[in-house]
Each structure stands twice: as C-alpha cells, then as structure tokens.
Write a protein that binds this ligand. Structure first.
Ligand SMILES: NC(=O)c1ccc[n+]([C@@H]2O[C@H](COP(=O)([O-])OP(=O)(O)OC[C@H]3O[C@@H](n4cnc5c(N)ncnc54)[C@H](OP(=O)(O)O)[C@@H]3O)[C@@H](O)[C@H]2O)c1
Length: 289
C-alpha cells in the first residue's frame, strides 16, 4: 500500500509518517516548506494535482489545516480556502484516482453547550476554524468510502510543535507562569495513540464519522495538573483562568468532549488513558534532558 500524508510536517502527520514506516507502508509526505517533502499547498489547486500525480496513493491521510484557531478568526478567507476548499480538492483527486481518503476533523464542529458529543449529534460551530473544518468534513464525506476522524486537544512530545503539553513543558523549563482555562472540558488525546487508531480504521475500510479521542474527559487545568504529576513538575507555575479572561479572538466550545463507543465497537478497543500516555512523555522528557 502507498500512503500520501498531506501535512506530514505537522504534529499528527509526522507521527503518522513514522507509524507508516514502522508498518512498512510506502509513504509520501507533503509540506509547503522543507526538504524531503512533496510540495502541496491546499490553497493552490495545481500543487494538489501535482502531488497526486507524483505519489499515486492508495490511501490519503489529510492532516493539513490552518490549525491556529484565533488566526482563522482573523483571516476567514484564508481559513475557508485551506480548511474547506482544500479538502474538496483533495476529495476530487481521490475520486479521480480511486484512493481512500481519511480526513482529520475536530470537536470544534460543536458549540460546547452540552457535550460530550456522539457522531450523530448536530454540529453547531462557534468559530471560523470550526465552521471551515466542518465544511471540509462535509466535502470529504461526499466521497464514497471516505473517513472523517473527529479529535481534540492533540498532544505529543515534539519540540517542533506548539501543542498544549509542549507549551506546558517549555513554560515550566523557562520558569514562566502559564494561564490555563479551567472551564474548557474535553478529551486530550495523545498523537501516537490517535495515529495508530486512525491507521487501523483506514486499514479496516471504516467510513463515515468516527470520534477518536482518549477516554479521560476533563478540564484543561485538571489535565495540566495530571501532566505535572506525571512529569514530576511543581504545578505552582499554573494559573487557572476562565476562557473569557484570556482575550482570545475566537470563541471556544466549553462543555465539550467526544464519545467513543463507535470506535470501541469497530476496533475492539479504545485509546489508552491519559495517565499512560503522559507516562510515555515523562520517559521522553528524561531521555531528552
Ligand atoms: N492539534 C489539535 O489539537 C487538533 C484537534 C482537533 C483536530 N485537529 C486536526 O488534526 C489535523 C492535524 O493537526 P496537527 O496538530 O498535526 O496540526 P499542526 O501541527 O498545526 O500541523 C498543521 C499541518 O498543516 C499544514 N498546512 C498548514 N497550512 C497549509 C496549507 N495552506 N496547505 C497545505 N498544508 C498546510 C502544515 O504544513 P506546512 O506548514 O509545513 O505546509 C502542517 O503540516 C488538522 O487537520 C487539525 O485540524 C487537531
């Protein structure tokens, strides 16, 4: 099997690339920058067709997105082009070539008034990011056999990434205080666990929407405390704050989180609990020190 990972330079795409190599799947990865990647810009249609012509994939893992939630709010036109029109272009290439498509969607398709949410619950995004990702998801799902994986608060030990856990590690290391929302509830998810489950779903031929998140549904501040306990950090640098106090451009879903019964039925397992994934990161922190 040959896989094309769109957004292989990112947190999830990078993790998926390593996993594909370990599973002996031939893999092409894309980025708009950097060596060793195929060039692909979701806002530049010709680059999408060129990458497909070069890679001729059987499976496409669409990880690329404009992921900066407040950045999307400030530039909705670019967000729509990358997050909504881009996936439609990718779906059209998959339709032409017969490739299977797996798309990374988000819990931010919901308003966060009454989570946790199942796959069948009605979306109602409250930000440009959420709205454009939902448009992308809908475009992808028009392709027969396409898979859309909804996830949230993805973290990993990756010095190149600004994910929540890397921010926590870097702030602790630099002796900086960190304001953490106490009123955002969801299921933080470890990127390697997410990648393994998505590849398993794709290899089984799963289609439609699947929630893929870790089982622990908890507030962001509580998650930060859990991480500090696992890493042996004094949590004194953490400051709980309400989301409304953070002055962010985009609204966040607050009472969110995703249900995973459908995933558990399909794979016969859920994702490991946060404590186990955080222990794996603690071991990596020790290794890098
Ligand atoms: N991280 C989370 O907490 C989270 C939660 C829910 C859903 N998701 C979804 O999961 C997916 C992966 O997230 P992530 O954490 O890996 O994000 P990330 O680390 O921010 O990576 C984003 C990727 O998108 C690529 N990209 C950005 N603009 C692009 C454009 N115009 N054309 C082509 N590629 C572009 C970047 O590549 P270059 O800049 O190198 O081109 C990079 O590879 C995204 O679709 C995101 O919406 C993430």
């Amino acid at each position: 099997m040959k896989a094309l990972i769109i957004g292989a330079s990112g947190q999830v795409g990078g993790t998926l690339s390593s996993l594909c190599v370990r599973r002996k799947i031939e893999v092409y990865g894309t980025s708009r920058f950097g060596q060793g990647f195929l060039y692909l810009d979701l806002a530049a249609p010709a680059s999408v067709s060129a990458a497909f012509a070069k890679a001729r994939p059987d499976l496409v893992l669409l990880c690329s997105a404009m992921t900066h939630v407040d950045g999307c709010e400030r530039d909705p036109e670019l967000a729509r082009s990358v997050n909504a029109a881009g996936p439609a272009l990718v779906a059209a290439e998959c339709r032409r070539s017969g490739a299977k498509l797996a798309y990374f969607s988000t819990e931010y398709v919901f308003d966060g008034r009454n989570g946790p949410y199942g796959e069948e619950d009605a979306p109602n995004p409250v930000s440009v990011y959420g709205r454009t990702k939902l448009e992308g998801e809908r475009a992808v799902l028009e392709l027969e056999g396409a898979l859309s994986v909804r996830t949230t608060v993805v973290y990993s030990h990756n010095p190149a990434s600004k994910n929540f856990i890397m921010q926590l590690i870097n702030n602790h290391r630099s002796g900086l205080r960190m304001r953490v929302p106490s009123d955002q509830v969801s299921n933080p998810t470890y990127a390697p666990d997410l990648a393994a489950a998505v590849l398993d779903l794709a290899e089984k031929g799963a289609s439609g929407i699947y929630n893929v998140v870790a089982p622990d549904r908890l507030g962001r501040y509580d998650f930060a405390l859990k991480a500090c306990a696992a890493f042996g950090f004094d949590p004194g640098f953490l400051e709980p704050a309400l989301t409304s106090e953070l002055g962010q451009a985009a609204e966040r879903p607050l009472v969110a989180g995703l249900k995973t019964e459908k995933l558990e039925r399909e794979l016969g397992r859920g994702l490991p609990p946060a404590e186990e994934s955080l222990r794996r990161i603690a071991a990596l922190i020790k290794q890098y020190e």
